[in-house]
Design a protein around this ligand. Sequence first.
Ligand SMILES: *[C@@H]1O[C@H](CO)[C@@H](O)[C@H](O)[C@H]1NC(C)=O
Ligand SMILES: *[C@@H]1O[C@H](CO)[C@@H](O)[C@H](O)[C@H]1NC(C)=O
Ligand SMILES: CC(=O)N[C@H]1CO[C@H](CO)[C@@H](O)[C@@H]1O
Length: 481
Amino acid sequence: MSISPPSSDRSDVTQIVVVMVGLPARGKSLIAGKVKRYLRWTSVKAEVFNVGKYRRTDNPHPDAKFFDVNNTEGEKARKAAAEAAVADMLQWFQDKDNKVAILDATNSTKSRRKWIHDKIKEANLLHLFVESKCDDEELIMSNILEVKTSSPDYIGQDPEAAAKDFRDRIRNYEKVYQTIDESEKQLTYVKIINIGARVVINLIQDYLQSRLVYYLTNLHIKPRSIWLSRHGESEFNLEGKIGGDANLSERGERYARLLPELVKRSGLPKDAPLTIWTSTLKRTSQTAQHLQKELGWEKLQWKALDELDSGVCDGMTYQEIAEKYPEDFQARDDDKYNYRYRGGESYRDVVIRLEPIIMELERSENIIIITHQAIVRCIFAYFMEIPQEKSPWMEVPLHTLMKLTPKAYGTEVERFKADIPAVSTWRPKGSTAKHHDSVSEGMPESVVGEPSKVGIQKVTNINEKTKGEVPTIEMVGLPLP
Ligand SMILES: *[C@@H]1O[C@H](CO)[C@@H](O)[C@H](O)[C@H]1NC(C)=O
Ligand SMILES: *[C@@H]1O[C@H](CO)[C@@H](O)[C@H](O)[C@H]1NC(C)=O
Ligand SMILES: CC(=O)N[C@H]1CO[C@H](CO)[C@@H](O)[C@@H]1O
């Protein structure tokens, strides 16, 4: 299998400043955060420079008057914050490995855009203005409600007062706001109107720019969830063999039969369509068959969801690999993300083939994915921003359904465990043992990044016989990245 190097590894990839444009409550920070997460997942070094953060250091709770353009004090402070953010950003670009900076500011007027464009040009960087324009009152209000409860500007304040202040703040910006138009033809930009209802693209010159535009135009903010599960336990799992195309074990079939109940228990959106995605391997189709039969959902098979190709080691146990290819075994432990099996793939390769899956997931609404250990790790890493040195070691137990729900400030994870035993296929570094006991009920602590306010991980156990919840419901308050 020959795999060309990932585009993101090209050393000639240019450095780009993505400049967010738009009134408050148009989802700019959300978009900025997603772009950063997506780029990092594909190994492109990216960072967000948030002008609001620089401002907050001096004035943690500014009121609407601060944002009045006729308030010279406020204007001066805002200008200083913007200049500090841009200076830090230019400094960051001194390292040529750093590729994409996302400048999260309002930049609401033509003259401000010209100022920032000149700065970028002077520094020999490419630019991409991303305007989120929205005049749908309902969309704006739902965004304000999210912001007023979670923006750092309003911590500890009365929500009603905060909402009113926020509306006043937006009005001050609206007075001077100028949308990107024909007179700015010299700028590279993408203008997203009402969250993707209409898109205007201008003067894209570079490969990475066009990838970004493609990603941006796939985003939506409709409420939805993504369910993720490995296939049920397979015959190969029992024998400790990797790869192959084995059937489910008897216990794996029991998991397949309980899966419709697990999905129902997880809370299905009313009348919302749901599609099942599987790989092309038997064990995932077999796991999905009762879901399909009982709930009548459409099923799609994706080659891109097949398990990481272990090349010459396909069908071997870890013990056999360690004996036959000791150096490879060691090399894989040393750098699991980049290690490529002889004639097979690495995690890095898998992420590249999963990119179309991520694009499609972003476009889609409710999807349930039945796939394999390495693939679940990569998809989970995208949503939860798990770094590359940790994601390949993440524990993904069999017979467990995960429900991921994207929210404005992060992704929520819920786990639903079938009380059907299965072997653990998780292998700690250095080990060749066939099976291991889980180190913990969730993921090992080491995969968990910085604490954030979103991401309570809820674990529910579902009983096979009674289809009820097993009495002990654990609430695991895991700090998620
Ligand atoms: C700022 O003040 C000037 C003069 O007082 C006024 O004409 C202008 O409309 C004001 N601008 C805004 C955006 O309020
Ligand atoms: C898998 O199951 C099918 C159908 O039950 C059977 O025909 C086939 O022999 C099984 N394959 C293996 C490798 O056990
Ligand atoms: C970073 C930035 O904001 N750039 C431009 C947009 O608005 C700022 C601050 O309001 C201006 O100073 C800049 O012209």
